[in-house]
Design a binder for this molecule. Structure first.
Ligand SMILES: [Zn+2]
Length: 208
C-alpha cells in the first residue's frame, strides 16, 4: 500500500475528466494562474485524487518515474501541453470557432499513443466495462484525459460546456452546465459566484 502526501487539488467542478484536468490551473487568467501540476509526481497524485484507473498502478508508475527521471520530465511536459491543447480545443469548439491545428496534433498524438491499449472486458455484474491493456510508457497518464476529450469534442454535450466568466471576475474554468435551465454561470456558486455577489453588493453600497 502506497502512502504519499497528496497535493491538495482544486475542487472538481468540471463534470468531465478532461475539464477537471484543464481546471488544474487556477485561475485561468493570463499571468495569474497557479498551476497545481508541478511535476510528473503531481500528475500521478491527481489520478489518485480523481480515482481513474490507468493501465499501470500509480505506485508502479511512481517507481518507474523515479528510475527514469528524464522520461518522467518528458511525460510531464507532454501532459501539461496536452492540457493546454484540450483547454483551447474545447473552448474554441464549444463556441463554434476554428481550432488551432497544433492543438489537434497534441491531442491526436496522445490518442494514437493510447490506441491498442483500450478494450472492453466483461463486467462483474454483467455487460461490459472499459479496461486497459498493460503499458509501460509514462505517457499513459495522458490517455484517459485524451479519450475523454475526444468524446466530449464529438458529443452534443459540448454545447453545455461553459467558461466561468473571467471578464466578470470568474476563474476561467470550463465546466459542464447540467442545470435544468442551462443557465449555470459560475464554476461554483460558493467560490466565484459568491465573490461576484460580494463585489456587486460592495459596488452597490459604494455607489449608493
Ligand atoms: Zn470560477
Amino acid at each position: 500500500m502506497e502512502v504519499s502526501p497528496l497535493a491538495s487539488f482544486p475542487e472538481r467542478v468540471g463534470g468531465r475528466l478532461c475539464l477537471d484536468f484543464v481546471n488544474t490551473v487556477d485561475p485561468r487568467r493570463p499571468g495569474e494562474g497557479q498551476d497545481y501540476l508541478g511535476d510528473y509526481s503531481d500528475v500521478l497524485d491527481w489520478f489518485v485524487a480523481v480515482d481513474v484507473p490507468l493501465p499501470r498502478s500509480v505506485s508502479w508508475l511512481r517507481r518507474r518515474a523515479n528510475q527514469r527521471p528524464a522520461e518522467a520530465a518528458e511525460a510531464f511536459r507532454l501532459a501539461t501541453e496536452m492540457r493546454e491543447a484540450v483547454f483551447s480545443l474545447v473552448n474554441s469548439s464549444r463556441q463554434g470557432d476554428s481550432v488551432a491545428p497544433r492543438d489537434l496534433v497534441e491531442l491526436n498524438e496522445a490518442l494514437a499513443d493510447s490506441a491498442g491499449h483500450r478494450f472492453l472486458a466483461p463486467a462483474e455484474r454483467g455487460g461490459v466495462q472499459e479496461s486497459w491493456r498493460t503499458a509501460d510508457s509514462l505517457t499513459q497518464v495522458l490517455w484517459p484525459v485524451a479519450i475523454d476529450a475526444w468524446d466530449l469534442l464529438t458529443e452534443p454535450e459540448l454545447a453545455q460546456v461553459r467558461q466561468c466568466p473571467t471578464a466578470a471576475g470568474g476563474c476561467g474554468w470550463l465546466f459542464l452546465d447540467a442545470s435544468r435551465a442551462r443557465n449555470r454561470r459560475w464554476c461554483d456558486m460558493r467560490t466565484c459566484g459568491n465573490r461576484a455577489k460580494v463585489r456587486a453588493h460592495y459596488s452597490r453600497s459604494v455607489g449608493a
